[in-house]
Design a binder for this molecule. Structure first.
Ligand SMILES: NC(=O)c1ccc[n+]([C@@H]2O[C@H](COP(=O)([O-])OP(=O)(O)OC[C@H]3O[C@@H](n4cnc5c(N)ncnc54)[C@H](OP(=O)(O)O)[C@@H]3O)[C@@H](O)[C@H]2O)c1
Ligand SMILES: *[C@@H]1O[C@H](CO)[C@@H](O)[C@H](O)[C@H]1NC(C)=O
Ligand SMILES: *[C@@H]1O[C@H](CO)[C@@H](O)[C@H](O)[C@H]1NC(C)=O
Length: 317
């Protein structure tokens, strides 16, 4: 009985492995537009796809980032400046993409640009703090997608959205987790709607990786700034010790970060080049073995585990 079961499971994985290895044809004629290519995953992906022979249209936030990327890649890779929070900037970039792809349409759209601060307990923050992250990570993704979708439909292409494990488990306050839950929700409804036209939507859920968004110094600095301007009431109920413990947690997170960004960009590449891309990709050991299981557990267990690992406010009952 167990032998049959093992054989069945083995067969399933063998078939899945074979199915996922099928690659789409004519990769060299396919255009892929990536946001946030100045650094991190976007930067690595742009160079990786350029090496693979795809036509990369890399959107950078800064001219310096764009120039550096062009210096490191083939002449086939082109760059454009894009701030995903600005409607005008998106319109200009869309026109620029249209001129390049023409009747072929856009094969791939990778919504990668994102920020991670200000992050702190909800009570310490203002509406503006939430808006700052949501504007980039959620509304930016939505507006860029709406603007480029007609071109993706033309190519019967792919939309690849970078969410996070924090789009499955809301570990802390502020706009970040909310924005990633939003990206998951947007991607799910979009996938169901747009599949009618042969367009596939994939969601990337990385764990913690060593990039600018997980830079411990930057996160600690903004955390302290928020503390400094918090109300006397907040300072009293949380207490200085909470701040110190939180800083230690941020340092701990730094050690947890995976160094090899290819684990994430390989998922993105698969989502763009495989005949049968997955709906969700989890990247990194922490994503697979901690956060993914956590996201399937009952809420009371997750609450207990998170509370066990978090600092306690001074006036906690
Ligand atoms: N690192 C992780 O552990 C992790 C885990 C899960 C998900 N993610 C997600 O992965 C994505 C990429 O982040 P990353 O880790 O590679 O960090 P990153 O190196 O900071 O990359 C983010 C990129 O987005 C750009 N950007 C910021 N604001 C922008 C805006 N308004 N318009 C256009 N571009 C903008 C940044 O430009 P500048 O460099 O010029 O600021 C940067 O190039 C993000 O969506 C992030 O939330 C990261
Ligand atoms: C890019 O390369 C050019 C010519 O080789 C050089 O002048 C320029 O400084 C380089 N830019 C960056 C940002 O490295
Ligand atoms: C990073 O991961 C990729 C793919 O998983 C692997 O091929 C590569 O050797 C790794 N690089 C390093 C430096 O460990």
């Amino acid at each position: 009985m167990w032998l049959y079961l093992a054989a069945f499971v083995g067969l399933y994985y063998l078939m899945r492995w074979y199915r996922e290895r099928q690659v789409v044809s004519n990769l060299r004629d396919k255009y892929v537009f990536i946001t946030g290519c100045d650094s991190g995953f976007g930067n690595v992906l742009a160079r990786q796809l350029d090496l693979r022979g795809l036509r990369v249209l890399a959107a950078c936030l800064t001219e310096k980032g764009a120039e550096l990327l062009r210096n490191q890649t083939s002449d086939r890779l082109e760059t454009v400046i894009l701030d995903v929070t600005k409607t005008d900037s998106i319109a200009v970039a869309t026109q620029w993409v249209k001129e390049r792809v023409g009747d072929r349409g856009l094969w791939g759209l990778v919504n990668n640009a994102g920020i991670s601060v200000p992050t702190a307990p909800n009570e310490w923050l203002t509406k503006q703090d939430f808006m700052k992250i949501l504007n980039v990570n959620l509304l930016g993704v939505i507006e860029v997608t709406l603007s480029l979708l007609p071109l993706v439909r033309k190519a019967r292409g792919r939309v690849v959205n970078v969410a996070s494990v924090l789009g499955r488990v809301s570990l802390y306050g502020g706009g970040y987790c909310i924005s990633k839950y939003g990206v998951e929700a947007f991607s799910d409804s979009l996938r169901r709607e747009i599949s009618h036209f042969g367009v596939k939507v994939a969601i990337i859920e990385p764990g913690y990786f060593k990039t600018a968004v997980t830079d411990a110094e930057m996160i600690s600095r903004t955390f302290r700034e928020i503390w400094d301007r918090a109300s006397p009431e907040v300072k009293e109920v949380y207490g200085e010790k909470f701040l110190v413990s939180s800083m230690k947690m941020i340092e701990l997170m730094k050690k947890q970060c995976t160094q090899n960004l290819s684990l994430v960009t390989d998922c993105m590449e698969h989502a763009l080049t495989a005949c049968h891309p997955r709906t969700r990709y989890s990247a990194g050991w922490d994503a697979k073995f901690i956060y993914l299981p956590l996201s399937y557990m009952p809420t009371f267990l997750v609450d207990a585990m998170i509370s066990w690992g978090s600092p306690r406010p001074a006036k906690a009952l």
